[in-house]
Design a protein around this ligand. Sequence first.
Ligand SMILES: Cc1cc2nc3c(=O)[nH]c(=O)nc-3n(C[C@H](O)[C@H](O)[C@H](O)COP(=O)(O)O)c2cc1C
Length: 167
Amino acid sequence: MEEVKPSEAFSKLRPESVVFVISVDKNRRPSGMIAGWFMKCSSSPPMLAVTLSKSGYTHRLIKESKEFVIAVPNKELEKELLYFGETHGDEVDKFKETGIEIEKSKFVKCPLIKNATINFECKLEKEVDTGDHIIFIGRVLTSYMNKNKKVLLNMKKIDEKWIFEEF
Ligand SMILES: Cc1cc2nc3c(=O)[nH]c(=O)nc-3n(C[C@H](O)[C@H](O)[C@H](O)COP(=O)(O)O)c2cc1C
């Protein structure tokens, strides 16, 4: 077995999920990003965890609003997914620029993504500082599904291009 850098070993851990993580500012303006570092962490009560970089805008919104939506995409949202994953919410209005369709949520101020396969409304339960990232653990208040749609996975990155496939 060959010894490698942790970053190289991390990049071998694919396919991985990709999700939109959405929150809101004080004026209820939504913004969000893409996260591959995402997992279920309790079934009763239902809990989800996302790991967000301290340098991004979305982590600031979640720290302030203490709530977020996790939206699981499919192939038809690939263009929006890349835009949300490659731009910063303190520089552009990602919802306005992409025109992504939203729906009102029930318990949180963040919008749902209408054409996502799954949406989870989450209330921030706990945050864990892990280094250059923070793990946000959210209690799922309710969830929604477009039952006929599939889920997108991040397969790999080739020549700086992400390759996504539906499952
Ligand atoms: C496929 C993919 C997966 C990503 N996974 C994560 C992640 O798990 N955590 C993270 O902090 N950033 C992740 N990013 C990067 C953020 O989505 C990106 O830095 C985004 O521009 C941050 O936006 P914001 O500054 O508006 O929050 C990922 C990007 C892509 C394209």
